[in-house]
Every structure is written in structure tokens, then in C-alpha cells.
Design a protein around this ligand. Structure first.
Ligand code: MTE
Length: 346
């Protein structure tokens, strides 16, 4: 059994439409991750209970809290988020925090999976604001704090399936993208949403590299109805704490039914457009990466099969697991693509 932290206390949720897989109200928590894959979120212990237990143990042992311990606790609190915890079945066994934060794709910091953890510390994430513009009635530069107040922070435990045929299960903390877009009041002519990552070569060593496939900044895009779907979130944390820099601090997109490359990190701009926005992988290799990039076990990448996936953390000799249509979210999202030929619009 592996123990990992998940902190924060729930704030009350505002009145709004309940997402298809939205969480119910719960308190922040300590997760006891068992070997079994059929865990429910009800196995989660509220943090308050855990903290009380710790206080009782410390008191019983007659321990004085040292200055260093108090500082460590204060630091941990500064990073902890308040959020409404997930209270539904888990979509698989949670991936360990260590794996989520050390096996990354973030080309701005290098091409090796281990580079983002090594180099992303150079990124300044405070202050941070996001420009929302294009076909909206209320364009502007929104400071991160104000943007996050658009809605209540929620935990969303989602599968993440990379186009490279590996997968994880990540407990994100974020807000529905729909609430942010609604706040900017899209014009009737808006049909797509374009996203842009920060361009700051002095902090992002990959952007300074003499050769790069990507024409920086990294960009991504969604159709407006995909962006407004209740499963789509802007995440600002994971495992109960602020987003680690290597995972896209302070704000990244998460679209769980699409290949991971759509989930753009460290977003500084959101633009509503009438035409489909250009995206880097599609522009580079249209035959390999589509604009839609919906997880689809029946449409192989030209160089490898998409029928199964390697589960990160499952061990070198573990069997691959079958990939699910729309990454297991077909019930919620297949209606978005009714009548479309998914072998053509991949
Ligand atoms: N966003 C930016 N800005 N730069 C990137 O290189 N890589 C994408 C996506 N978002 C990427 C990005 C890819 S290919 C994947 S699979 C996911 O981030 C990986 O997210 P993770 O490192 O949190 O697992």
C-alpha cells in the first residue's frame, strides 16, 4: 500500500449545471492507494481526520513541534488547494505522484521525459494572467486568481492517454473551462477556441534550442462545443496541491477523451475564433496527428498501434491494457461527433 497526500478543504459549490462526471462535495483528503484497481473515492480519508490523528500521536508522545517542522507545515499549507473532492468511482488505479511528476512531455524544457522535472523550476509562475480575446464580448487580461474565482475548484480524477501509447490516472484540481469562456461572453460567430503557452525563452530552455520542431509558442485548439463540454477543465493543481511546474503550472488544459498533446500547459492566452486554429503537431505531420486527436483504438498512428497502452507505474513486464474509445468517456462525448467519419477526422 502506498500513501500519498491530498490536502485542502471543500468550499461550497455555486449553483450550476452538474457535469456528467462532476464530483460531489467532499473534504480534501489523504489517499491510501491500495493495489486493487477497483477503489472508490470513499476509501479516501478526510485531511482533517488525518491531521487530528497526527496531532493526537504527537501529543501522546510528548513531542514539541520544532521550528523546522512548523516551517515545513506552513510551506505545505501555502501549496495546498481548497477544492471539492472527487466522490465517484475511480477510472483506474491512481498513478503515483512521483510518476506523474517525473515522466513528462513539456518540450519547452527538453525532449526527454525526465527534462521537465529537471528544468521547469526556472519558470516564474507568479504573477500570471491569461489574455482572453478574439470573438468575445468581454476581452481582457485576467489575473490567475480572478480567473480561478470564476468557479469552485474541483477534483477531477481522469485517465490521461498519450498519443505515444502510455497512460496514467491523474487527480487534477481545476475549474470547468466552460465557466471561464462563458464569463468572457462568446460572440455568436465563435466556433473554435485557440490556446497559447507562455513564450519565455530565458526561462524555457527548449525555446532557446538552436533546433526545434515546434514553432513557439506551443498552441492548441478545440471546437467551441468541445471546450464547453463539462468534462473539459482548466487545471491548476493535482494531488491536492498547486500544479507542479513540469505538469504545466499554473494553468493547463485537460481534455480527458483526447490524446494528451491537446492538454496544453502553462496557458497565457485563450482566443475565440471562427476558423479552426493551427496546432503544432497537426501542422508538422498532418498525416500522423489530427486536429481532433480523440482517443480511438480503431485508428492507429501510422507508426504504431493505438489499440493498447502501457500503464505508467505498472512495471516493466506488465501487460498492456486495451485502449478504450474516447479513452473511456464515449458515453459522455460521442454525441459531439455524431455523423463524423472518425477515420478522416482523427
Ligand atoms: N503543453 C506544452 N506547452 N508543451 C508540451 O510539450 N506536451 C503535451 C501536453 N501539453 C506539451 C503540452 C503532451 S504530448 C502530453 S502527453 C501532455 O502535455 C503531458 O502532460 P504531463 O506531462 O502532465 O503528463
Amino acid at each position: 500500500m502506498h500513501e500519498s497526500t491530498c490536502s485542502g478543504a471543500a468550499r461550497s459549490a455555486p449553483n450550476r449545471t452538474t457535469p456528467a462526471r462532476g464530483p460531489h462535495r467532499r473534504r480534501g483528503c489523504v489517499l491510501l492507494i491500495k493495489a486493487a484497481s477497483d477503489l472508490k473515492a470513499s476509501d479516501i480519508t478526510p485531511k482533517s481526520v488525518f491531521m487530528n490523528r497526527r496531532a493526537v500521536l504527537a501529543g501522546a508522545a510528548g513531542l514539541a513541534v520544532s521550528g523546522a517542522a512548523a516551517r515545513a507545515e506552513a510551506e505545505a499549507k501555502a501549496k495546498a488547494l481548497e477544492y471539492v473532492a472527487w466522490d465517484q468511482d475511480l477510472p483506474g488505479k491512481l498513478t503515483k505522484l512521483e510518476d506523474i511528476t517525473s515522466y513528462n512531455n513539456f518540450n519547452e524544457f527538453g525532449l526527454d521525459k525526465s527534462d521537465p522535472k529537471k528544468y521547469a523550476d526556472a519558470l516564474t509562475v507568479d504573477p500570471w494572467s491569461v489574455q482572453i480575446d478574439g470573438l468575445v464580448e468581454k476581452p481582457g487580461s485576467y489575473p490567475l486568481d480572478a480567473l480561478l474565482k470564476t468557479s469552485t475548484l474541483e477534483e477531477r480524477i481522469y485517465r490521461l492517454r498519450c498519443v505515444e501509447a502510455w497512460s496514467m490516472v491523474v487527480p487534477w484540481i481545476g475549474i470547468p473551462l466552460a465557466d471561464v469562456i462563458a464569463r468572457a461572453e462568446p460572440s455568436p460567430s465563435a466556433k473554435y477556441v485557440a490556446f497559447e503557452t507562455l513564450y519565455r525563452p530565458e526561462e524555457m530552455r527548449g525555446q532557446r534550442a538552436s533546433f526545434s520542431l515546434i514553432d513557439w509558442p506551443y498552441r492548441e485548439g478545440l471546437r467551441l462545443d468541445e471546450a464547453m463540454h463539462p468534462l473539459t477543465i482548466l487545471a491548476t493543481g493535482l494531488y491536492g496541491e498547486e500544479m507542479p511546474k513540469q505538469n504545466g503550472a499554473p494553468l493547463r488544459l485537460v481534455v480527458p477523451w483526447k490524446y494528451g498533446f491537446k492538454s496544453i500547459k502553462s496557458i497565457v492566452r485563450i482566443t475565440l475564433t471562427e476558423a479552426e486554429p493551427p496546432t503544432p503537431w497537426h501542422t508538422l505531420q498532418a498525416g500522423e496527428y489530427g486536429f481532433y486527436a480523440n482517443v480511438n483504438p480503431d485508428v492507429d498512428h501510422p507508426r504504431w498501434s493505438q489499440a493498447s497502452e502501457r500503464v505508467i507505474g505498472s512495471g516493466l513486464f506488465a501487460k498492456k491494457q486495451p485502449t478504450l474509445m474516447f479513452n473511456g468517456y464515449a458515453e459522455e462525448v460521442e454525441g459531439l461527433y455524431a455523423g463524423m467519419d472518425l477515420t478522416r477526422f482523427y
